[in-house]
Ligand binder design. Structure first.
Ligand SMILES: C[S@@+](CC[C@H](N)C(=O)[O-])C[C@H]1O[C@@H](n2cnc3c(N)ncnc32)[C@H](O)[C@@H]1O
Length: 238
């Protein structure tokens, strides 16, 4: 039996795919992390075993190598394993590492895509990410920093008008990101917003510009998980 790498979507359980839902009903064990919402966990039958391998920034509860080993060990017990990950497993979700580790161990993998938080959150608040008049492309960027605390982002390549930018994990570097984008040519008036806990009961949205958003986010005490969306399309929200 393959291990299923399952996308849980951004949080609203109605955004699970039918395939994900079906696997969650029929598997033996679900291995999930912090990003999976309570509402999604609630659709898993009580009889299914659950293993939490949540990761917190700077305090990984289980290092990735151990998660890989756990997946392999559980599969070798003959269990039907569902590895449930927030959003889409292959978008900043380290699903690739897990797939490769399983493959190397000779265990087949089936990937069930999920709605990535960029699409889920944008839809939830009415931002068309590639609105024809305003954006020719959209880029998904990680705002996560390297070990030394710096961001590994090719600013000249991304700071272009008519491109919508969606930063995952960018909240802690919000001010640095907004400053760098303006230094590399985007107008300080470029619309930008943060969506916290998109599609979940605690959803909050903070809208401003590259110049104002960092201050507003501090004022409103926004917390992860949160996405940063930058570009003219943000202006279509209202
Ligand atoms: C490690 S990445 C995983 C992304 C995930 N695989 C996906 O496709 O959405 C975690 C980041 O996703 C974003 N994120 C995930 N779910 C979110 C939600 N419901 N609302 C806002 N941001 C979310 C946040 O930027 C968070 O820091």
């Amino acid at each position: 039996v393959p291990v299923f790498l399952v996308g849980a979507g951004p949080g609203d359980p109605d955004l699970l795919t039918l395939k994900a839902y079906r696997i969650l009903q029929s598997c033996d064990v679900v291995i999930y992390d912090r990003l999976v919402s309570d509402a999604v966990l609630a659709v898993i039958p009580d009889a299914v075993e659950r293993i939490f391998v949540g990761k917190e920034k700077d305090r990984h509860l289980l290092p990735q190598a151990e998660i890989n080993q756990l997946l392999i060990a559980q599969a070798r017990l003959g269990k039907q394993v569902a590895r449930l990950k927030g959003g889409d497993p292959f978008i900043f979700g380290r699903g690739g590492e897990e797939m490769l580790a399983l493959r190397e161990a000779g265990i087949p993998v089936t990937v069930i895509p999920g709605i990535t938080s960029a699409s889920g959150c944008a839809a939830s608040i009415g931002i068309p990410l590639t609105h024809r008049e305003l954006a020719d492309s959209v880029q998904f960027i990680t705002g996560h920093s390297r070990q030394d605390g710096t961001l590994e982002i090719d600013w000249p390549r991304i700071a272009t008008p008519r491109t919508t930018l969606v930063f995952y994990m960018g909240l802690s570097h919000l001010a640095a990101i907004c400053t760098a984008l303006t230094q590399h040519g985007l107008s300080p008036d470029t619309p930008a917003c943060i969506i916290q806990e998109g599609t979940r009961p605690g959803e909050r949205v903070c809208t401003g510009t590259l110049a104002t958003l960092p201050g507003l986010a501090v004022e409103q005490a926004l917390t992860p998980p949160a996405l940063l969306v930058v570009g003219s399309v943000v202006g279509l929200r209202e």
